[in-house]
Design a protein around this ligand. Structure first.
Ligand SMILES: Cc1cc2nc3c(=O)[nH]c(=O)nc-3n(C[C@H](O)[C@H](O)[C@H](O)COP(=O)(O)OP(=O)(O)OC[C@H]3O[C@@H](n4cnc5c(N)ncnc54)[C@H](O)[C@@H]3O)c2cc1C
Length: 392
């Protein structure tokens, strides 16, 4: 038996009364503190660290993590729906929270009890904001080809190289960073928890992107950066396993953000189509428009159902990686299509900055690229199908 949460745009079945209360809190915070400033801050390129700090104090930066470290210990099914609501109000915030979870994951899942006791509560509580560093200028989709080198020197690693496209680059307090400790391909990669203020770490100027200007993205240049050896997450040489496990969960976060963005675009289109009149009628009375809205709503609901199902597999302790890739693929493609069609529904008005749909369209594009492009998601799904065929 589920509990109904009736949000601004959708009714959902939630697993507990506590999760209904959490969704109401998130919706209220998003409506009061995020939505009103999103357009202006995006236009000005403001990074909303203050809002993220407030969200940390509300417990929103630790939703899926252990209560022992100050987390809310929410199932992923609930965590992701809260993330969707944040992204519906402001995608950059949704992405920030999703990336923060991604950055906390290596310590939470692979750190020792001693390491977790030292650092996790501050990360989960949001006083420390995280970044996740896998990509490099010459290794994107082929992430295992990374060349940033870490060499052991006494009680520290000395790191040299460049990390690319880092969300919160130069603004994060810590980074979960994949580095190369041997030439043994994917087995030569190691995960380090790096202090954002480390000597030898410099951030380049933020990338000049087509959207999500409030989510800073920058290269990190590592020049003889010393990282204490006790910052090793998991085993030396086990970093690629850590990175991929983090991405399985991270892709679900991006799927939820994409659904939030698509829902915002749908809401804007539905509202406009009910107001705008042509030929003496509201345009939502024309089948050409009504069918477009119907297809948009169906795409959003389908993508939401897919990520919730993947999250339920994860919550049940079952394999969920293939389903997470499907959810990321379907949700981000849906966000691109729905935001494109939202512009069409608004006609000329949709092409102006007077309405938010042109921003949603620009923001949706990033989601088809980050945390594995949608071609990479298809590779992941295709390989799983081939494995299933050969083992049957
Ligand atoms: C806004 C933004 C934020 C990001 N944040 C982070 C972050 O916080 N941390 C981080 O580590 N990275 C981050 N990234 C990097 C992101 O993960 C990479 O951009 C992505 O993995 C693709 O890598 P690439 O850009 O090098 O493209 P490439 O790998 O060069 O790919 C170029 C094109 O070739 C296609 N392609 C490549 N190989 C294949 C193949 N085998 N089959 C079919 N098609 C293929 C790709 O799908 C793509 O269309 C971010 C990127 C962006 C744009």
């Amino acid at each position: 038996m589920g509990y109904a949460w009736k949000g601004a745009s959708v009714t959902r079945l939630m697993p507990t009364e506590e999760s209904v209360e959490l969704m109401a809190l998130v919706e209220d915070f998003a409506a009061r503190e995020l939505a009103p400033r999103a357009a202006a801050d995006e236009a000005a390129g403001v990074f909303p660290r203050d809002a993220l700090r407030d969200m940390g104090e509300l417990g929103l930066l630790g939703l899926p993590f252990d209560a022992a470290y100050g987390g809310a210990e929410q199932p992923y099914e609930v965590t992701l729906q809260a993330l969707e609501e944040l992204a519906r109000a402001w995608l950059s915030i949704g992405v920030s929270v999703s990336v923060h979870y991604l950055a906390c994951f290596p310590l939470a899942a692979f750190g020792t009890a001693e390491q977790r006791d030292r650092w996790l509560a501050d990360m989960v509580g949001g006083s420390l904001l995280g970044g996740y560093c896998l990509s490099e200028p010459h290794s994107g989709s082929d992430a295992a080809a990374l060349t940033t080198r870490a060499v052991r020197d006494g009680d520290a690693y000395v790191v040299n190289g460049t990390k690319a496209w880092i969300t919160h680059g130069g603004r994060a307090d810590f980074y979960s960073m994949m580095v190369r400790t041997s030439d043994d391909g994917a087995r030569g990669i190691t995960c380090l928890l790096v202090d954002g203020a480390s000597g030898g770490l410099t951030a380049a100027a933020p990338e000049r992107k087509m959207g999500t200007q409030s989510s800073p993205t920058a290269q990190l240049i590592l020049d003889d950066m010393r990282v204490p050896a006790d910052r090793l997450m998991g085993a030396e040489g086990g970093g690629f396993t850590v990175a991929l496990a983090a991405l399985d969960a991270g892709r679900l976060g991006i799927a939820a953000c994409a659904v939030g963005l698509a829902q915002a675009a749908l809401d804007a289109a539905v509202a406009y189509a009910g107001e705008r009149r042509q030929f003496g009628h509201p345009i939502n009375e024309f089948q050409g428009v009504a069918f477009m809205l119907a297809d948009m709503a169906t795409a959003v609901a389908g993508a939401r159902a897919l990520y919730v199902e993947a999250a339920r597999l994860k919550d049940a302790g079952l394999a969920f990686g293939t389903m997470a890739a499907m959810a990321k693929l379907a949700a981000t493609d849906a966000a691109m299509k729905v935001s494109t069609d939202a512009i069409q529904v608004l006609g000329g008005a949709g092409y102006t900055q007077d309405f938010p749909v042109e921003r949603y369209f620009r923001e949706a594009k990033a989601l088809q690229i980050v945390e594995g492009t949608n071609q990479v998601q298809r590779m992941v799904i295709g390989r799983a199908l081939a494995r299933a065929r050969s083992s049957s």
